[in-house]
Design a protein around this ligand. Structure first.
Ligand code: ADP
Ligand code: MG
Length: 725
């Protein structure tokens, strides 16, 4: 009928003015972009909007009836203004003001029903719309059973968008359905063309549910296909097969392990051993709570690779962690890790630390060790790979604590060599299933669910200064008790403090609601808190400071002093969030705890209770009870199960935040998909996507599916947009 398709520009159909409005105000340029601008909700024929449900400050579109109107002379300006009271069906009232009332005669009268759109403000304590836009709805004249309400702007109200959408739908042929008919049939999905019509112009409630469901499927399939393609691309590269070598280093290590591996460590260990034995790259995420024993798991993987004559690299996010890793790997390996040194075991390998803060000579030696292969294990920060350090034969890359590490970075780590190294990613931030399937969908996931036996419990308490200001003294008394008991304590602040540029480490709370106004004092800062404690509450204790702004060398010195028990208290930023392991540290005070994310708090508290003595964590906050921020803190105090917290974290975040955060600034095809509500669809979509890509590599026989991938995740970006959560 027409040559229109989803890529057609809008001016051809809508004419210049309307197309320009859509382009300017909503960044909508093509037929596809417009029909994918879905309604936010629907108003049923004859119904009025519930006024009580409107949020102050919200840009609202509502159907209401005019209950009364009066004309007033304006005081400040020349002219008249009309005051109208709008009503709903439940006794709700909303005032609205209009300018130029003479032009509204016969249009807005008592009894008129209309769509109104504007910002909900407040006047003398009552909600008010100031000169809203409107569109009368003559009674009995509703053509459609449901009125679609669109995400709109002050300049382009919902009904104008709706008119444009319907004009386009009138002349548009149904697009070819990208989803295979068999899939649609099995899942009972509406056809694409029908779904697109029905989501804009539903006849029944069931209509728009079915339409929405189908369109959610498109998004889930787009994402999962992108990830399946990525998995396939990775896995199809050749990798060094490193099957276990009986009698090798790994066996030697296992024989001298001072403890028994947990069941989880054994199980995950054998998954990894199998992956490493294959001639295509392992691509695995190991998630396990803080203290679950991921380091041993990683080390055993590295030893298997070394047994096949290759090298392993361990990457940590900071230099502090890298040097700590190097130390703890050497300690775990004992004589097995002293390659080239006196007293080494026969098969011993070497552990080399390679960081930016090494002196020239040490660095040259480290580079040489990596290049010659005398270092079986090279430990460094992520810069190790960016710096193109040469390895004799890199077989495995382990990325530790990587929750800020994305798909593209993983790709970069694999390099472009003939053989792609195996990759093992470890995170202590457990990831809810749906997030793992999307954000980390290119990885196979293993979980360590139990902690090694004999772990001390951590008790977590919220210290609510809003209600109990005096408790602050008890906090510092508690710190003294721990120190008097021979233990050590962390005091964590959200900020470094000092100079103006010091906010770099300021944490953004996960939940924008938790910011209760511009009046809040700035968050506590390490450089303010530490001297206050020295002179006041903790006078006489040995107090050190640690934050990201210190030179690497000084960080290392402070960390070592704390590790050796030469400091009682460490006042720090979140640099201690990941990995730092000081078993004698039993106490943690987190100031302005509400400023931290839920998972972050869990991470932080994991730094204590790592030894034999029980740990205590005090979450100090002055936000009032009953707020989301306090709810989050109560959740952290209420459970030590990181998996449970990860789920709660997802729930407490605002709708779409997880996927939404990565969409800002670019047009992604994700509009309806929710990681919380669509777990079942995402799971099924992953299955279908894997099958489809396995049967049709590169989706050459399914061009529409390939297009769907591009529509969903962007042509050039593919799955890369999923990186940054
Ligand atoms: P994380 O998962 O947080 O990285 P680590 O690997 O640092 O945990 O392990 C924490 C501590 O527990 C380390 O001191 C480690 O040696 C010890 N550990 C690991 N596995 C076991 C086990 N099976 N039994 C007892 N202790 C263990
Ligand atoms: Mg660790």
């Amino acid at each position: 009928m027409t040559d229109l398709d989803m890529d057609s520009p809008l001016p051809v159909i809508l004419g210049g003015a309307a197309a320009k409005d859509l382009a300017t105000h909503l960044d909508i340029h093509t037929v596809g972009e417009l029909v994918r601008h879905y309604p936010r909700r629907y108003i049923e024929r004859g119904q009025l909007t519930d006024i009580a449900g409107l949020q102050r400050g919200e840009y609202a579109t509502l159907v209401a009836r005019v209950a009364s109107k009066t004309i007033k002379q304006m005081r400040q300006r020349h002219g008249q203004m009309m005051l109208v009271t709008l009503r709903d069906d439940h006794g709700g009232r909303l005032d609205a003001t209009f300018f130029n009332p003479h032009r509204l005669r016969g249009i807005i009268e008592v009894g008129t029903r209309a769509l109104f759109a504007g910002q909900v403000g407040t006047f003398q304590g009552k909600p008010q719309l100031t000169h809203p836009q409107f569109e009368p709805l003559p009674d009995g004249d509703d053509i459609r059973p449901f009125l679609a309400i669109y995400p709109a702007t002050a300049k382009l109200p919902s009904w104008k968008i709706g008119n444009c959408v319907r004009q386009v739908l009138d002349v548009l042929d149904d697009p070819t359905d990208p989803l295979p008919a068999a899939l649609r049939k099995a899942e009972g999905l509406t056809e694409l063309g029908r779904a697109l019509r029905r989501i804009h112009v539903p006849e029944t409630e069931a209509d728009h549910h079915a339409a929405r469901n189908r369109l959610v499927w498109d998004e889930a399939m787009g994402v999962q296909l992108a990830l399946a393609l990525r998995r396939q691309a990775t896995v199809s590269r050749p990798a060094p097969a490193c099957p276990p070598q009986p009698g090798g280093l790994l066996d030697g290590f296992d024989a001298r392990l001072p403890f028994q591996l947990t069941a989880g460590q054994v199980e995950v260990g054998s998954e990894i051993a199998a992956d490493l034995s294959a001639a295509h790259p392992m691509n695995r995420l190991v998630q396990g709570d803080v203290g679950a024993g991921k380091t041993v798991v990683a080390l055993r993987a590295m030893l298997q690779v070394i047994d096949s004559g290759r090298q392993a690299a361990l990457l940590a996010p900071t230099e502090v962690l890298a040097s700590q890793h190097a130390r703890s790997l050497r300690a775990l390996l004992g004589p097995l890790g002293m390659g080239g040194q006196l007293g080494a075991a026969d098969q011993a390998t070497g552990v080399t630390l390679l960081t930016g803060s090494l002196g020239t000579r040490a660095r040259r030696q480290a580079l040489l060790d990596a290049q010659s292969g005398s270092a079986g294990i090279v430990v460094g920060t992520h810069a190790l790979i960016q710096d193109h350090v040469g390895f004799a034969d890199l077989g495995l890359v382990v990325v530790d604590e990587q929750h800020r590490f994305g798909v593209e970075q993983r790709d970069a780590l694999r390099g472009r060599g003939e053989l792609a190294p195996h990759m093992l990613v470890m995170t202590a931030t457990p990831i809810p299933r749906t997030v793992a399937m999307t954000v980390y969908g290119d990885l196979a996931v293993s979980s360590l669910r139990e902690l090694p036996a004999g772990r001390s419990p951590i008790s977590t308490t919220v210290v609510p200064l809003a209600e109990k200001p005096a408790w602050v003294e008890r906090v510092w008394a508690r710190v003294r008790e721990e120190v008097e008991g021979g233990h050590q304590v962390y005091v964590v602040c959200p900020r470094v403090g000092g100079d103006a540029g010091s906010d770099a480490e300021l944490v953004e709370p996960d939940d924008p609601d938790s910011d209760d106004g511009p009046e809040r004092r700035p968050p506590y800062a390490v450089l303010d808190v530490a001297p206050q404690l020295v002179e006041g509450a903790l006078n006489g204790l040995r107090i050190g400071i640690l934050h990201g702004k210190l030179p690497a060398e000084e960080k290392d010195t402070v960390m070592r002093a704390f590790e050796r028990g030469e400091l009682d208290v460490l006042v720090a930023t979140t640099v201690i969030e990941v990995g730092v392991d000081v078993p004698n540290a039993t106490g943690m005070v987190i100031l302005d705890a509400d400023r931290f994310g839920l998972s972050q708090l869990h991470q932080l508290r994991g730094r204590v209770g790592r030894g034999a003595a029980p740990g205590v964590c005090l979450l100090v906050t002055d936000v009032p009870p009953g707020t989301t921020a306090r709810e989050r803190l109560d959740a952290v105090a209420g459970t030590t199960d990181g998996f449970e917290l990860a789920r709660l974290d997802l729930e407490l975040r605002r709708e779409g935040d997880v996927l939404g955060a990565v969409q800002s600034g670019r047009r992604s095809g994700l509009r309806l998909l929710s990681l919380l509500r669509h777990e079942e669809i995402i799971t099924k979509a992953q299955g279908y996507a894997t099958e489809l890509v396995a049967a049709d590599p590169g989706l050459r026989r399914h061009p529409r599916l390939a297009e769907l991938v591009d529509e969903t995740v962007g042509d050039d970006e593919r799955a890369a947009y999923l990186d940054k959560v």
